[in-house]
Structure formats: C-alpha cells, structure tokens
Write a protein that binds this ligand. Structure first.
Ligand code: NAD
Ligand code: AKB
Length: 315
C-alpha cells in the first residue's frame, strides 16, 4: 500500500490546527506537513514539519508537492463570510484560484485524495429554512457563498472529468477553544464563551432569535476524517455533503451558559452580519451523509457548552 504524505494548506487557522494534529496522530507526525501563509501556530510547534506557503503561488505549491512526495492535500485556506463582504474581490480570488491550483496539481501529480471544505453559506434566502436538504434551491447572497458553490462544482468537475478523488463537507458554524476563528458570521458563538468567562457579559452582533446550524470542532474533525477514510464507492456526492450537529440562537446559547455562570448577561447590537445570517438555513438535513458513510454527531448544545467552558477555564 502507498504510504500517504499529507499537505495541510491553511494549517494555522481555526480548523487547520486541530485537523493537522488529528491527522498526525493517524499518519505519523513526519507524514503530515503543515503549511500556511502566516506563521506556524504555537499549538503545532514541535509536533511535525511546517512550511511557509502561499496557495496562490501555483509554482511554489507544485514544487512542494513534488519535493515532499505529497499524496494528499487538505485545502483550508479561504476568506470567510464576514471578512469576504469587506473585500469581495480578494475573497473570490483566494477561494477560487486557491482551489483551482490544488485541483490542477492533484490531477497532474495523480494525488490519491484532496479535501476541500464548503459551507452552509452556499444556501441563500430562497433555500428551505428548516432541515435544508442536500439538493435544493441554492442562491447564495455573499461572495463567500458564491465562491463555495462554484467550488463545489469545480470539485465535481475534476472528479468526473479527470478522476480526482476530491471530497467535501458543507460545515456549519464551527465552535472551538484551541484556535481563534477567522472572520465568519458564526464567530459570535465562540466569542460569547471568552466574554462570559472574562467579562460576564457579551454584546452579540446577531439578534436574539437568529437560529443557525453549528457544530463542535471534535465532531467536525471526526466527520472530515471519516469522509476521507470512507471507501470511494460510498461517496455518492462529489459536490459537497450537508452535515449537521446542532442549531441554536444567541438567546439559547446565552441561557445554556447561564446554567454554569448565573450572572452572565447578553445584549444585542446586530450589524451587517445579521443580513448574512438571515440568508442561511436554520437547520440542515444531513441524511445523505448519514446513509452514505455512516456520519453521526456526538455533541449537542449542553454537552458542547460544558466542554467549552471546562477547557477555556483550564487554558
Ligand atoms: P481560518 O481563517 O481560521 O484559517 C484559514 C487559514 O488559511 C489561515 O491560517 C490563513 O493564514 C490561511 N491562508 C489564507 N490565505 C492563504 C494563502 N494564500 N495561502 C496559504 N494559507 C492561507 O479559517 P477556518 O475557519 O479554519 O476555515 C477553514 C476552511 O473551512 C475554509 O475553507 C472555510 O471556508 C471552511 N469553513 C469553516 C467554517 C468555520 O466555522 N470555521 C465553517 C464552514 C466552512
Ligand atoms: C462563516 O460564518 O463564515 C463560517 C461558515 C458557516 O462558513 N463559519
């Protein structure tokens, strides 16, 4: 069997840090190369190789893939929804060209697998709000959502036309305590924990009733690894799979935190991110992922809240 050598691009980000550490446990530290445009995240230091890499520089990326005998790429470099609205051109360029560079190199070098995440941001105001299905009306209103939807079809195209084994998940908002979030609309659900512990109060940039699909990072890492390890014949979706963990509103997560910190208070001051959040579904139907490759989540709101507070207190 071919020995896998993995390149993680965007490894210093919110998902990248935890995914790199999880992959290193499975494939061995030396076989998972972390890379990013920014400096190596402290949590990665000493755990395995790191290279400085700009995914937009296709030539340098290609050189690294050949030099390091890379067989799989996990592409995590992207500009997320809220930051993307501040600089739509930049978001489109990075999110599209970065993916096309990786897919081209994967085809040329016959990589065994590629992972690229999409997002619930592909859905728009005309998609169903409740239990949004795998296949439905998809009319995103953010540049981030447009880039993710286009990216899904590029993945499908490279699979059908060139046989590239590229796999993808539409992550909901991800909640984690290890590394900071990178400029999304769902970031409030992380900020709220830090502020609850440090200030005992939080001013939320979404209004109290804004329900959004969310997932705790351990579930997201589990889903990613399970998808990538599933036999190819189990993968019926070559655009991107819906996956779901929990859904809650700012009011509900605040009430859950108050069970642990009774004097915590929340106020609401919606900004431009409210419009983005309003365009997304409130909950996701992930039955295709469940039946194709056995996906199931572990964390609900109470369990995630307890674990977040425990770990942040220890930090
Ligand atoms: P992040 O912003 O925390 O991390 C992205 C990393 O990419 C950063 O470390 C950044 O320095 C790096 N990067 C940016 N430009 C680069 C370039 N040109 N070359 C190399 N590296 C570059 O993002 P994240 O939250 O970890 O998200 C990772 C992926 O998952 C993205 O595709 C994102 O759209 C997707 N996703 C994230 C969430 C979430 O809630 N975090 C939800 C849905 C989808
Ligand atoms: C964001 O809010 O932009 C991300 C996402 C849901 O893709 N967390």
């Amino acid at each position: 069997m071919q020995k896998e050598k993995i390149l993680v691009i965007g490894a210093s980000g919110q998902i990248g840090v935890e995914l790199t550490l999880a992959l290193r446990k499975i494939y061995g530290n030396a076989n998972v190369i972390a890379s990013d445009m920014r400096e190596e995240n402290d949590l990665l230091k000493g755990s395995g190789p790191y290279v400085s890499l700009d995914v937009m520089n296709k030539e340098m990326l290609h050189v690294q893939v050949i030099r390091q005998n890379i067989t799989q790429i996990y592409l995590l470099a992207a500009i997320l929804s809220a930051t993307g609205e501040k600089n739509p051109g930049l978001a489109w360029n990075l999110n599209m060209q970065g993916l096309l560079n990786v897919l081209d190199i994967a085809r040329e070098e016959k990589l065994t697998k590629v992972y690229w995440p999409s997002s619930i941001a592909v859905f728009g105001p005309t998609s169903p709000k409740e239990n949004c299905p795998q296949q439905t009306i998809i009319e995103p209103i953010t540049v981030y959502g447009i880039s993710k939807y286009a990216g899904e079809f590029w993945c499908n195209y490279f699979h059908n036309r060139f046989g590239v084994d590229v796999r993808s998940l539409r992550y909901p908002g991800l909640i984690s305590y290890k590394s900071a979030p990178g400029g999304g609309t769902t970031d409030y659900a992380i900020e709220i924990f830090h502020e609850a512990l440090e200030e005992k109060k939080y001013e939320c940039f979404l209004n109290e009733g804004t329900y959004l699909p969310m997932m705790y990072m351990p579930d997201a890492i589990k889903a990613t690894i399970e998808l990538m390890e599933a036999p190819a014949e189990k993968i019926s979706v070559r655009t991107s799979y819906n996956i779901s963990g929990m859904s809650f509103s700012p009011k509900e997560i605040a009430a859950e935190i108050q069970k642990h910190i009774p004097d915590f208070t929340i106020t609401y001051k919606p900004d431009y991110r409210q419009n983005i959040a309003n365009s997304w579904p409130q909950s996701i139907d992930d039955s295709t992922a469940r039946s194709d490759w056995g996906w199931s989540h572990e964390y609900d709101l109470p369990r995630m809240t307890e674990d977040m507070l425990k770990n942040l207190q220890q930090q």
